[in-house]
Write a protein that binds this ligand. Structure first.
Ligand code: GLU
Length: 301
């Protein structure tokens, strides 16, 4: 496996400057596109990394997997009364569909759906961002995982579209908490900073059918299956079909350039390359995961 990840890092290095680093959150815009990291955390404990796999980055929308898993762990599946689980076919921050669908977001990984999940987690725990951080610390084994306050503030300062969406959700009665509190928790969870190694370890419960790092069930096996299914169909923006075609695994990407992918029963893989393609997915990251499933044969298909 070490040879495979080393080979992939070398293979995708020339792609790092293809695409654009996200700059609509100004503090993300300064990250060098030359970074590339990959980590494979095996369900049986082995960890293999290459490149910048221990350099922290902003996990952004990848946090939405963990907030969804937490809500499902407390609430079984009642969240699905407030969020659909279909691909949206629209950009992650689109508002048009939300109005047409009367305030029920198309899935939990577009921003509107993630705001509803964060709202529910806030009701359940009193501090949604701290719960996501707690889960990530516990599962990665790294107590230093934390929010990058500068990124969170940058998002809040430029968060007019997310604020509009939250108000629209509230107008349809699909928020339980005040808009400002939901947004604050959402911006903080998106601004969590982690490296590929910690994020791969923290995602392993989805490869272990819901079993947490300590060996106890965090999610029931069929809940873990469902989170993976929503990642497969909705986890990589409006390019989930292309991701399934090229990679063939459940995955979730973020505008910080990270992607988490799961091989159920085997491993979690994290890649990070900050330059994004037109659909918001890391160009080098997608290429690396494509190589990974090609070289290992570990796709779900
Ligand atoms: N915090 C980002 C936003 O709300 C998340 C975007 C993403 O990674 O998809 O715009």
């Amino acid at each position: 496996m070490q040879g495979i990840v080393d080979g992939i890092a070398a293979h995708v290095a020339p792609l790092c400057r293809q695409g654009q680093v996200a700059s609509y959150i100004p503090s993300l815009g300064g990250v060098s596109p030359d970074n590339f990291g990959i980590c494979v955390a095996m369900a049986d404990g082995g960890v293999y990394g290459a490149g910048d796999w221990q350099v922290p980055f902003s996990i952004q929308s990848i946090s939405k997997v963990f907030s969804l898993a937490l809500v499902m762990s407390y609430d079984y599946d009642s969240i699905w009364k407030r969020v659909f689980r279909e691909p949206s076919g629209t950009p992650f921050n689109s508002m048009v569909q939300l109005e047409a669908d009367h305030g029920i977001p198309r899935n939990p990984f577009i921003n509107a759906g993630a705001l509803v999940v964060t709202d529910r987690l806030l009701t359940l725990t009193g501090d949604a961002a701290a719960s996501v951080r707690g889960l990530l610390r516990q599962e990665s084994g790294n107590p230093a995982v934390d929010v990058d306050a500068v990124v969170a503030a940058s998002e809040a300062d430029h968060g007019h579209r997310n604020a509009s969406m939250a108000h629209l959700l509230a107008s349809y009665g699909n928020l339980e908490n005040p808009v400002d509190e939901v947004l604050d928790n959402y911006f903080k969870q998106c601004a969590l900073e982690m490296c590929c190694e910690d994020l791969a370890k923290a995602s392993l419960f989805l490869a272990r059918h819901g079993v947490a790092a300590g060996g106890t069930p965090f999610l029931a096996p069929n809940q873990s299956k469902r989170v993976n299914a929503v990642m497969l169909t909705c986890g990589t923006y409006d390019a989930a079909g292309e991701f399934a075609y090229r990679v063939g695994l459940p995955g979730k990407s973020g505008v910080g350039g990270g992607i988490v992918a799961i091989v159920p029963g085997r491993c979690a893989i994290t890649v990070w390359g900050p330059a994004l393609g037109p659909n918001g997915n890391s160009v080098a990251g997608i290429a690396a995961l494509d190589e990974f499933t090609t070289r290992t044969g570990w796709s779900i298909f």
